[in-house]
Write a protein that binds this ligand. Structure first.
Ligand code: BG6
Length: 477
């Protein structure tokens, strides 16, 4: 393991994301030696905390995830500093710049900076502009990391992108979609590239349909405020589901060059078959959860910070199609929702009977299991061949599968290494937002009959009918 050096400036350093995801991931990188002596973390937020207090909060969060000796955590936390910060105050950026310079000398960080936006999206543009105008950028690398949501429709995404790209060149912008950090999502192209028969069958001649399911058993929990501005279409489909489809369906899965990989993904999303408003009614179903069968759980409308007549969807199922040589005519059925029976993220590839010509049993289903939480245990990286009776597809032998690496950990390594493969490009977002906007606009013009599914079930019946109409069924139900 080669040690990396950088100063992380985390905007929103006192927040939930930082404590739940970033600090634990940084700690793992510290324990594995990616981060050692030459790094520092500056947390910023409005409240006036001391360095010591900040370090205590970091250690307290780490204890939720690790049972390491507290001394190790304390050593790690010595690299943490806190700076109270008002995002609109230019003086504060100067203070930040000076602190970063001082820590760079102290820890010898090679003048590298990672500016991490773990704040509310409305501040992304302002912060990026100030970083630039107040001269925080250094002679090392200067990488801007942006969390989702990246806009809430095409217009707002364009505006946000305009603002950040005034301050940072595209090559220095790392837009996070944490699903791209998940191992199986990263492995899908390798699996395709290393299994020639499988890859040969991945087109409209042999594939009957592809199903992507991101099911969650939890409700919105304490995120009602945010969720009311989003809904599952924006929260899961525009980003995570589309990116999974990118891994499954893009051309040239053996490409290694980030630019080539992104180009193929852009081409794929550019070939999304546009929907007319009437087609939205036929191709997309929405739902909102009610209480459970026993009447014990809150319905969505009863959740904290949720309007009692909310029309926000917590479930959607839909049929996405592409107009391309490879995929025309193959329905991609997608589905995501909260309060479904289980937490499960998976892709089911359903082949037709012609695959027999390739030596694969007719109608084989290949399931790529991204994640499944079964009681306490998490199973990732599984391939099942339902009814196939043969191992025609294998994990590539030369690849190393480290089942312990968390999505954020792997994404942070990529950021520190300048590897942009697992981040989303603006052109991809433009196409996916455009597609999502059509659905959203149609929905906004109609009044849904919500709530329409019972917590703990697979969503509204219409989601089943969507496939039945085409003579198909959900593989996971
Ligand atoms: C986030 C969404 O992007 O992904 C959440 O905002 C959702 O609503 C989460 O719960 C699911 O991620 P994971 O990794 O738990 O499947």
């Amino acid at each position: 393991v080669k040690e990396k050096s950088a100063i992380f400036i985390i905007f929103g350093g006192s927040g939930d994301l930082a404590h739940r995801k970033l600090y634990p991931s940084l700690f793992r990188l510290y324990k594995s030696g990616f981060l050692k002596d030459h790094f520092a973390v500056i947390g910023t937020a409005r409240r006036p905390w001391s360095d010591d207090y900040f370090r205590e909060t970091v250690i307290t969060s780490l204890k939720d995830y690790f049972d390491d000796d507290e001394d190790v955590m304390k050593e790690f936390a010595k690299h943490f500093y806190y700076q109270s910060h008002d995002v609109n105050d230019s003086e504060h950026y100067i203070a930040l710049k000076n602190l970063a310079a001082k820590l760079d000398d102290q820890f010898d960080c090679g003048h590298n900076r990672v500016y991490y936006m773990a704040i509310a999206p409305r501040f992304f543009g302002t912060v990026a502009e100030h970083i630039n105008s107040e001269g925080l950028k250094t002679s090392g690398y200067n990488r801007l990391v942006i969390e989702k949501p990246f806009g809430r429709d095409l217009d707002s995404a364009c505006e946000l992108n305009g603002n950040i790209s005034k301050a940072f060149p595209e090559d220095d912008i790392y837009r996070i979609d944490h699903y791209l950090g998940k191992e199986m999502v990263q492995d899908i192209p390798h699996i395709r590239a290393n299994n020639p028969t499988f890859e040969k069958a991945m087109n409209n001649k042999y594939v009957s349909n592809i199903q992507v399911t991101l099911a969650e058993s939890l409700g919105v929990e304490d995120r009602g405020g945010y969720y009311e501005t989003a809904g599952v279409l924006r929260d899961m489909v525009q980003n995570h589901i589309m990116q999974i489809i990118g891994a499954v369906a893009s051309d040239e899965p053996d490409a290694t060059d980030a630019k080539v990989i992104h180009q193929h993904k852009c081409d794929l999303f550019g070939s999304l078959k546009e929907l007319t408003p009437e087609q939205v009614d036929k191709s997309f179903v929405r739902g909102q959860y009610d209480t459970d069968k026993l009447g014990e759980k809150k319905s969505y409308r009863e959740e904290d910070k949720v309007a009692s007549d909310s029309e926000i969807e917590t479930f959607t199922a839909g049929k996405i199609e592409f107009e391309s040589k490879r995929w025309s005519g193959v329905p991609f059925y997608v589905r995501s929702g909260k309060r479904l029976p289980d937490k499960q993220s998976r892709v089911d590839i359903v082949f037709n009977d012609k695959v027999a010509d390739l030596g694969i049993r007719a109608n084989t289903v290949v399931t790529l299991l991204i994640e499944q939480i079964d009681g306490q245990s998490i199973l990732i990286n599984g391939i099942n061949y339902k009814d196939s009776g043969q191992d025609f597809i294998k994990f590539p032998e030369e690849a190393e599968f480290n089942h312990a690496r968390e999505a954020y950990e792997s994404l942070i390594i990529d950021i520190l290494s300048g590897n942009r493969v697992h981040f989303t490009l603006w052109d991809e977002l433009r196409s996916t937002w455009k597609y999502i906007d059509t659905i959203r606009e149609r929905w906004d013009s109609q009044t849904p009959e919500f709530p329409n599914y019972i917590s703990g079930t697979m969503g509204p019946d219409a989601a089943e009918m969507l496939l039945e109409r085409d003579g198909n069924t959900w593989i996971w139900d």
